[in-house]
Design a binder for this molecule. Sequence first.
Ligand SMILES: [Zn+2]
Length: 281
Amino acid sequence: MRFHSPGIPQSIEKSPNLLRGLEIIKKINLDGMELEFVRNVFIKKENTEEVKKTCENLELTLTVHAPYFINLATTDKKKLEDSINRIVHSAEIGFLCGAKSCCFHPGYYGKLSKSETFKKIFDAMLEIDRKLAEKKVKINIAPETMGKQSQFGSFEELISMCTELNTAKKNEQISFYPCIDFSHLYARDGKTNGYEKFREIFVKYEDAFGKNGLNNMHVHLQGIEFGEKGEKNHLILDESDIKYKDVLKLLKEFNANGYLVCESPNIEIDTLRLKEEYMKL
Ligand SMILES: [Zn+2]
């Protein structure tokens, strides 16, 4: 597994700068960065080559997190189009920078039933596939498991959706795999925690996506606070009872090879800690 800092490390001097951030990531012995396009896609097309070269020189890898402002289940036509375009744009810029996987939050059920929401998001994903094929973009598309019950994205929903999409897609260059945020899985039902429960997730993931899926795993793991309706906040690892070491153990046991991002409030410290724990196994 490769351990990615969620964005530019906090220990950066003065003003945040992407290329300097990448150097720091290398210096502190992390393996790459998740480009956090969560508020906007902050890299311009003409600057992607430089980012890609820098990563190649430093032997770093990249993943992408598309903007938060996305709802593929919206019934508003304009909002749907904007959501689709935000994902396509993030994926394209990410691809040009050399990133391998682009995750995003798929949407909200709103007034729709679960199956109606599934259908709407599925159709939007096919549209994303079509647009990316046109642009010849090669990057995996990773809808993320979500922590709030109002959000589409239970593990089961995403397993079915990605499996169906991998059969229906037009673009040979991309695959659909869920981005598994283990902390969100725990927050969503209050139960998915610990070795046995996490192992079930790995077994189902492997059944659905095989070796290729395990080789391209996109994982999020951090401390989490939740209530009756699911996720409230991300926490540092020490403040949460999530059994993160079991996830690391399972990544080893299943021979997973992909990207792990720790979206902890103390960015690089906890990501590094996960890497160090993982290396000890
Ligand atoms: Zn996310």
